[in-house]
Design a protein around this ligand. Structure first.
Ligand code: GAL
Length: 675
């Protein structure tokens, strides 16, 4: 991963720019308005293949020459996208077999985007070729500061069941397993008589009469992810032949389940992410924080780029709720608070035609009189003061484990209850820490955990022995671990651990899970032993206690009197087990003991005053984001714990809906000022 920020030391501001949709006269107006708004960085090219290569092998770079020069002359850095997310119509006409086929056999048509199959050799070759041509032409252009391959790999289509996929699949499996015996063992094909005797007989897990072999489907998720990554790497290599500038591809880190972000991150120079609020979720700013923290996790804590978000409503959700005054800045700065060194939107100018004409933009259809434009200009100006923030890093004492493979496995059919959702569990644990003013990192279960005081494990269904050993070492060395139900159930082949549920974590937790007791729809259970009696739902584990100490019991439900929450001392550390589904409110009491064990401090503050610290070399930056409609205050001495410095006496007051950024000189208690 490169550490050199591509566009000077500044938090970059701008967004996707799609000038193909406009005449050249508008480009002149665009750059003038960009300057007015403080835009210093745009991404171009993602949808320009038809313009750049109107027929096979016949290139037109004249428009882009003009455009890139124009942007450069106006001080606007270019993130040059490769157009592989949308091949031209001639490509589909010439290579009809390169189109994606859905699981039910439907062949997608072009006339949209994302229709090319990642397994198609013709597609891979054409995509790498146009990427290489762009790199050859613009590698040395001073205005081009980085490369942006493709757009959101895995969206809109990730799994392809075409003939090309059918040919590539057995080859990938041979590489993974070597022999058919090994494949038969890993997939447990003895079940339902599925044994394979010839590689050619191993089909794609398309729709079958009943449930398809879950290990086969899990491998197909891995295969599909690997195919996308191969496409990315082919373009990466084509660009590297000509340029050593940083390369990115934009994730939808937690919204595109098809890509394993931690695996991808190893191949990307600067991690970037797109995030769109879930309009229906009234607390969608928490989902935003989660996405940002996950992206920072993929970046290994390094500065990352918010490549896209919206200035107001989007166009593709059931109800596209527009942002209220102040929300734009709160959202954008929350990403910065959590490590993004960019504020970039989709898109610069609202499209007059096409599928996204109702999507908000920096420059809306209503032009400069609009509230959105004014808020954009205001934020652009504000960000000019953020140069020293660039490169500072978020520091966390708490981690949440995230493993895409576990999510893939958990999302398959025939699980104990349809009411369990790993996303919901992750959000619940995350939101609890968010409300408690604790910043969390997302890390893979194989990561070095030694710097964390507390590690939370929400529904980590799939856990390999090697990763379980990592958790064991963490607790043995003094860490505090909190594990929720439906964790460590299976290994990497979706096979139940040989010693039963919890596998290699059983001794760490001091218990085993005998049986799951999912509840009927809308049923609840009461749990006593914590702060009064707490309600829980969806899931009840029947536990066999070994060395664990019971902290709370069920009052009613299928197992009255049985343990619901336990704590076990293991080595130098503590391991907690939560056997039922507590809501976010109830989790406060559930996690209190673990916080105590770990020495994690809960900041006394209004729940929806978001506080995050970025640490620079000498200075820290505290972002205080008030998501409420009233002034929110926090005693400065409370913040000492977040900084490790000595704060002055007094109170930080953040006006309703606003964002205050405090700049703190760690060596001087008087060095507190607002940015
Ligand atoms: C993103 C995509 C953009 C645009 C945007 C609309 O996922 O990368 O091209 O479609 O959604 O919200």
């Amino acid at each position: 991963m490169v550490t050199n920020w591509p566009a000077g030391q500044r938090v970059v501001f701008g967004g996707d720019y799609n000038p193909e949709q406009w005449p050249r006269a508008t480009w002149e107006e665009d750059v003038a308005l960009m300057r007015e708004a403080g835009v210093n960085f745009v991404s171009i090219g993602m949808w320009a293949w038809s313009l750049l290569e109107p027929s096979e092998g016949d290139y037109n770079f004249e428009d882009y020459d003009h455009l890139i020069n124009l942007l450069h002359d106006n001080g606007i850095a270019v993130d040059l996208g490769t157009p592989s997310a949308s091949p031209p119509s001639w490509f589909y006409h010439k290579y009809p077999g390169a189109r994606v086929v859905h699981r039910d056999g439907t062949v997608v048509t072009n006339g949209s985007r994302g229709a090319a199959a990642p397994t198609s050799p013709q597609y891979r070759e054409a995509a790498a070729k146009i990427a290489g041509k762009l790199a050859e032409r613009y590698a040395d252009h001073p205005g081009v500061v980085m490369w942006h391959i493709h757009n959101e790999y895995g969206a809109p289509v990730s799994h392809d069941y075409s003939d090309n996929a059918r040919r590539a699949w057995p080859l990938w499996l041979q590489e993974r397993y070597g022999t058919l015996d090994e494949l038969n063992r890993a997939w447990g094909t003895a079940f339902w008589g599925q044994t394979y005797f010839d590689w050619d007989h191993v089909g794609l897990p398309a729709i079958s009469a009943s449930v398809t072999n879950p290990a086969q489907r899990l491998d197909f998720a891995r295969f599909s992810d690997a195919q996308l990554r191969e496409c990315y790497l082919a373009e990466y290599r084509a660009i590297r032949e000509f340029s050593d500038k940083p390369i990115t591809t934009n994730f939808m880190a937690n919204e595109c389940p098809a890509t394993d972000v931690f695996a991808w991150a190893k191949e990307i120079d600067i991690i970037s992410n797109d995030h769109y609020l879930t309009a229906e979720d009234e607390r969608n700013f928490v989902g935003l924080s989660l996405a940002a923290d996950l992206t920072r996790g993929a970046a290994g804590g390094a500065p990352w780029m918010l490549m896209e978000h919206s200035t107001s409503g989007v166009n593709w959700q059931p109800r596209n709720v527009a942002k209220l005054p102040g929300e734009l800045a709160r959202n954008s700065l929350a990403h910065v608070a959590r490590g993004s060194d960019s504020v970039l939107y989709f898109q610069w100018r609202a499209s007059r035609f096409g599928a996204e004409k109702f999507h908000s933009a920096m420059l809306p259809h209503g032009g400069k009189r609009t509230k959105v434009w004014q808020e954009v200009v205001e934020l652009g100006n504000r960000l000019t003061k953020f140069d020293d923030v660039q490169g500072s890093r978020v520091h966390s004492e708490v981690a949440i484990l995230w493993d895409t493979e576990s999510h893939w496995a958990q999302d398959l059919e025939w699980r104990p209850t349809i009411d369990h959702d790993h996303k919901e569990r992750t959000r619940a644990f995350y939101e609890r820490t968010w409300r408690d003013g604790i910043t969390t990192d997302f890390v893979h279960p194989s990561a070095d955990l030694s710097s964390y005081k507390l590690v939370l494990v929400p529904a980590l269904y799939l856990l390999s022995d090697a990763d379980a050993e990592n958790l064991r070492q963490y607790v043995a060395g003094g860490g505090t671990l909190v594990v929720s139900y439906f964790s460590a159930i299976v290994d990497e082949n979706d096979t139940v651990h040989a010693n039963g549920y919890l596998g290699a974590l059983a001794d760490v937790l001091g218990l085993q899970v005998e049986e799951f007791h999912p509840l009927r729809a809308n049923n609840t259970v009461q749990v006593s032993g914590l702060a009064g009696t707490l309600s829980a739902d969806v899931w009840v584990d029947d536990l066999m206690i070994n060395s664990a100490q019971v902290q709370a019991n069920y009052v009613d439900g299928p197992l009255p009197g049985a343990p619901a929450l336990t704590r076990n001392s293991f080595g130098e550390g503590q391991a907690w087990y939560v056997g039922t589904r507590f809501g976010i409110e109830e989790l406060a009491a559930v996690l209190a003991g673990a916080y105590r064990d770990a020495g994690v401090v809960v900041v006394e503050k209004p729940e929806d005053l978001e506080l995050v610290v970025r640490r620079g070399d000498r200075e820290d930056f505290l972002f205080a984001i008030n998501h409420t409609t009233q002034t929110a205050s926090v005693a400065l001495e409370q913040l000492g714990a977040m900084f490790g410095g000595t704060p002055p006496a007094g109170t930080l007051e953040v006006p309703a809906g606003e964002v205050t950024v405090l700049r703190v000189d760690r060596n001087s208690p008087r060095g507190w000022s607002t940015l």
